[in-house]
Design a binder for this molecule. Structure first.
Ligand code: PHE
Length: 345
C-alpha cells in the first residue's frame, strides 16, 4: 500500500463514521477498521512490504489514522448515547415538513384595513385599556347616572368604579385628556356587554372609535365625507352612506350611519333585509358637555366648547367583517375552526 492509498483509506474510514446511522453501525465501522481482523491491524502486519525509505512516514500516518478514527468513533458513540441528533440520520430525500398555512383572522383584517384607510386621511391609532373607570366610560361621555346602559344587567362591573368597557368611546376621553387639539385618532379594541350570545350578539366584541377635534370648524359634512370615503375603500367603489337621526349622550346632533348594501347595490336583498341599507355605525358632533368634562379632568380650558369643533364615530368590527365577507353568524369568528378561518387565506 502506498502513502496515497493510505490517505484515501483514512478519508473513507472517517466518512463511514460520519455516515453511520446509529450505535450498531458505528460498531460495524470499528470492527471493520480497528477489530482484530480489521484493516488497520492488517496494514500494520504488511508494513515490511513497504519500501524501507517510506516505512517511518508510513508508520507515523497509520498511528495518526488510528488516533483520528478512534476519536471520531468515540465522539459519535457519545452523541448516540446522549441522544444528540445523529448527523447521518438526516435524509435529504425525505419530503419537508408541511405547515398548514394560516390566514389573518377577519377581525384583525378589518382592524388593519381600517387603520390603513384612516391612516391615509391623517388619523393615527390610539389605545386604551379594557378595564375602564366609570368616569371615562360613562360620566365624561355625558351619560347620566340613571342611563340603562350603566345597569348591572348590561355592563360587567368589577367594582363600584371599575368596569369592562362597554364601548371604545372612553379612549376619546383618554386622548383628549392627554393631548391638546387637534386630535385625529381611531381606536380599535375589545368591548364587553352582558349580551346573551346568538348569531348577531357576543358578550365580547370589537369596536373602532374615531375622533377628530380641531380648533377650526369641523362639520357633520366632514364626518359624512370621511365615512363615505371609508365605505368606498372598505366595501367597494359603489358603496354609499346615509345618516339617520339618532341619540347618543356624547354627541349632538347624533346619527346612525348606514352603508348601501354591497350585495344588491341598494336594490334590496336578504342581506339588507330588503332595505338596500346596512346599519354600520353611530356618530355625531362631540357634545360640548364632553369637552367640559375633559377640561375638568385636564384642569385647563384646552377644549373650549366655543372654539373647538369635533366629530366622533364608532362601529363594530365584527359587523363590518360579517357584512364584507358574508359571514352569517358572529360565533364563527370565535370558534377557531380552521375550515372557516383558512377561507380568507
Ligand atoms: N359608542 C357608541 C356605541 O357603542 C357608538 C358611537 C361612537 C356613537 C361615537 C357616537 C359617537 O353604540
Amino acid at each position: 500500500m502506498t502513502l496515497a492509498e493510505l490517505d484515501s483509506q483514512q478519508a473513507a474510514s472517517l466518512a463511514e463514521v460520519t455516515a453511520a446511522a446509529d450505535a450498531a453501525a458505528l460498531e460495524q465501522v470499528r470492527i471493520k477498521y480497528l477489530g482484530r481482523n480489521g484493516l488497520l491491524p492488517a496494514i500494520i502486519k504488511q508494513m515490511k512490504e513497504v519500501p524501507a525509505a517510506d516505512r517511518p512516514e508510513f508508520g507515523k500516518r497509520v498511528q495518526a489514522w488510528r488516533a483520528a478514527l478512534e476519536s471520531a468513533l468515540a465522539e459519535r458513540v457519545a452523541d448516540a448515547a446522549t441522544g444528540k441528533k445523529e448527523r447521518a440520520a438526516f435524509d435529504c430525500t425525505l419530503p419537508g415538513r408541511w405547515f398548514a398555512p394560516g390566514a389573518k383572522h377577519p377581525v384583525s383584517r378589518v382592524i388593519e384595513e381600517t387603520a390603513a384607510i384612516f391612516g391615509r386621511l391623517g388619523f393615527t391609532v390610539a389605545d386604551g385599556p379594557d378595564i375602564e373607570t366609570r368616569f371615562n366610560n360613562f360620566t365624561a361621555l355625558n351619560t347620566p347616572a340613571h342611563h340603562p346602559s350603566m345597569d348591572a344587567s348590561d355592563t360587567f362591573w368589577l367594582t363600584d368604579d371599575r368596569l369592562l368597557r362597554t364601548q371604545t368611546s372612553p379612549v376619546q376621553i383618554r386622548v383628549m385628556t392627554s393631548h391638546t387639539p387637534p386630535v385625529r385618532i381611531i381606536t380599535p379594541g375589545r368591548t364587553y356587554r352582558r349580551d346573551t350570545t346568538d348569531a348577531t350578539h357576543s358578550a365580547n366584541f370589537h369596536q373602532i372609535e374615531g375622533l377628530y377635534v380641531d380648533t377650526k370648524p369641523v362639520s357633520l359634512a366632514d364626518l359624512k365625507s370621511t365615512l363615505a370615503y371609508y365605505a368606498r375603500e372598505m366595501m367597494g367603489a359603489e358603496a354609499g352612506v346615509r345618516f339617520r337621526p339618532h341619540f347618543f349622550p356624547f354627541t349632538e346632533p347624533s346619527v346612525e350611519v348606514d352603508f348601501s348594501c354591497h350585495v344588491c347595490g341598494g336594490k334590496g336583498c336578504r342581506v339588507c333585509k330588503m332595505s338596500g341599507w346596512i346599519e354600520i355605525a353611530g356618530a355625531g358632533m362631540v357634545d360640548p358637555r364632553v369637552y367640559e368634562h375633559v377640561n375638568q379632568a385636564r384642569g385647563d380650558h384646552a377644549y373650549d366648547p366655543a372654539t373647538v369643533y369635533g366629530y366622533a364615530f364608532g362601529f363594530g368590527v365584527e359587523r363590518i367583517a360579517m357584512v364584507k365577507y358574508g359571514i352569517p353568524d358572529i360565533r364563527w369568528l370565535y370558534e377557531n375552526d380552521v375550515r372557516f378561518l383558512s377561507q380568507l387565506a
